[in-house]
Design a protein around this ligand. Structure first.
Ligand code: GLA
Length: 388
């Protein structure tokens, strides 16, 4: 079995410093590290003032940063060919991958911070385009590094403010209208726990995830079907949710009741709203099942969530459905697609002794269907972003 490995933080920090040195001839003042995430359950609930339950991955993005006196900003990465350079006044007009970095600098300035010019070099092990929030990891790695340069202490409130800046970067500069789950978990996660996030009041609660003690593994399978949040599917689902809110006359779908949703006359809007309302309940049920150590119930909630995303919200795809079905047939306790949808990754909760069989079954099913070979990684609930 081969898994995408997270790499050792000390080695990756050394490499990213070396990258800054060789690209720009600068010595890093600080290195920020921020994790990617995988969501256990609660999809498309964040922008509906709902609940979700993600965890930080051990796979992370590393940003080496050196301040400059002249107000210029230079951005480069080991993964991308196109570096970006401009002045602090140009930050909001950056495009492509560099917009996620420039956008954070812009948003911190908008929040009133005196952000200096900087040279930034990034590297990391969060698979790109796999639905594992490589973009949030990129934003948050830059945010914690620059916060350190500015002497901002990383109290929970300061971390919430950084998450807000990262969200603004993503929606207003990179142009991806996401809901905040990814940045929140990258900045507020705790090792060994999933993070229950309530988007009504932005409260968070760690929910312990003792996978190892339960003899379970959380397998993440990247279908390698590329999803792009800047494409229309995500935005159109948000639009349908807003439509439902208007028709129901509620503040948000968090406050909609299922009977009223079932009475909506537009069939598509009804199904979209039903997904959100029932998904919020499934997050509650999953957190309660984890508190009670009832993994079978967690597995049932995963499967119900997948069906809801496939049939009501219509964000799955044949590759994701294949992972879920095959994993369960091969012994997973439960499985579901995770993240924004239209490709990306699925998660499976698997007894450790069945892990190899599940991976093999999924690989075989992909060959049989003529799909591109998937990539797998093992998720462990890891710590939040920090400077190294
Ligand atoms: C993407 C977005 C998140 C969230 C999920 C769906 O990952 O970035 O804000 O909406 O999709 O749950």
């Amino acid at each position: 079995m081969s898994f995408v490995e997270p790499g050792a933080p000390a080695d990756l920090a050394r490499d990213v410093r070396a990258g800054l040195e060789s690209t720009f001839g600068r010595t890093a003042t600080v290195v920020g590290r921020a994790p990617g995430r995988v969501n256990l359950i609660g999809e498309h609930t964040d922008y509906n003032a709902g609940l979700c339950l993600p965890l930080a991955l051990p796979h992370a993005t590393y940003a080496a940063v050196a301040p400059r006196e002249d107000g210029r900003v230079r951005i480069a990465s080991r993964q991308e060919l196109e570096p970006w350079e401009g002045s602090r006044e140009d930050l909001a007009s950056a495009s492509g991958w560099a917009a996620y970095v420039a956008g954070v600098l812009w948003a911190l300035r908008e929040a009133g911070h005196d952000v200096p010019g900087v040279d930034v070099f990034v590297d990391g092990t969060v698979p790109l385009g796999a639905g594992l929030s490589s973009s949030a990891a990129l934003e948050c790695s830059v945010a914690v590094a620059v916060a350190d340069l500015l002497g901002i202490e990383t109290t929970p409130d300061a971390r919430r403010a950084l998450a807000t800046a990262c969200m603004r970067a993503e929606s207003e500069v990179a142009g991806a209208p996401t809901g905040g789950m990814d940045q929140t978990v990258s900045l507020l996660a705790e090792a060994g726990a999933a993070l229950l996030i309530d988007f009504e009041d932005h409260e968070t609660r760690p929910v312990p995830l003792p996978l190892h003690d339960a003899g379970l593994a959380l397998l993440v399978t990247d279908t390698r079907v590329s999803h792009a949040l800047v494409d229309g599917g995500y935005a159109s689902r948000r639009q349908d949710c807003e439509d439902a809110v208007d028709r129901l006359g509620v503040r948000s779908l968090r406050h909609a009741d299922l009977a009223a949703v079932e009475a909506l006359d537009d069939e598509r809007v009804r199904r979209r709203a039903r997904h959100v309302v029932t998904e919020i309940e499934r997050v509650r049920a999953t957190a309660a099942a984890l508190d009670a150590g009832d993994w079978q119930e967690v597995g049932r909630q995963f499967l119900a969530s997948h069906v809801s995303m496939r049939d009501d919200f219509e964000i799955s795809c044949p590759e994701l459905d294949t992972v879920v079905q095959t994993a369960v047939e091969a012994g997973a306790v439960g499985a579901r697609m995770t993240g924004g949808g239209f490709g990306g990754s699925a998660i499976s909760l698997v007894p450790v002794e069945r892990l190899e069989a599940v991976v093999r079954a999924v690989d075989t099913a992909f060959v049989a269907a003529g799909y591109r070979a998937p990539a797998h990684l093992r998720a462990q609930a890891s710590a939040a972003a920090a400077v190294l």
